[in-house]
Write a protein of this length. Structure first.
Length: 140
């Protein structure tokens, strides 16, 4: 009698299996897309006129510096600093860089504890974009 074939009587080779992914320690992206970038706004979040880059950068600065005294939601008062959503660029520049208010502005609180942050001079436009966006699109 002839020899029996173990799995199949086909003459062609079995299809190759794909190699398992290399062990990198990284979490694979979720189905349907790449993982979100840390510090970036969630997918579908409102964005500024520049495609959201200025809003995202402003959010990052706000969360890393301003929330020491101001609320993480700029529409709400913080433990020391008042709500500041919608603050104008002129007000941000005067208060953050010079420690004063622009002419004609009446502060929400009588304290003068906010220090100057001259190191944020290059971030004023981004902060203004983030705070304008936060005023226009408050969290729910």
């Amino acid at each position: 009698m002839g020899a029996a074939l173990a799995c199949s009587e086909r003459d062609e080779p079995a299809p190759a299996r794909p190699a398992p992914p290399a062990e990198t320690g990284a979490t694979p992206p979720p189905p349907g897309g790449a993982p979100p970038t840390p510090g970036a706004p969630p997918a579908g979040a409102p964005t500024g006129a520049s495609g959201g880059d200025d809003v995202a950068r402003g959010r990052q600065v706000y969360l890393s510096v301003c929330t020491a005294c101001h609320n993480a939601d700029p529409n709400q008062d913080g433990s020391v600093g008042p709500a500041n959503a919608g603050a104008s660029r002129a007000r941000l520049e005067a208060k953050i860089l010079r420690g004063e208010y622009p002419p004609g502005y009446t502060p929400k609180r009588p304290s003068a504890v906010m220090p100057r942050f001259e190191n944020l001079a290059g971030s004023i436009d981004d902060l203004a974009a983030f705070l304008a966006d936060a005023k226009a699109h408050p969290p729910r």
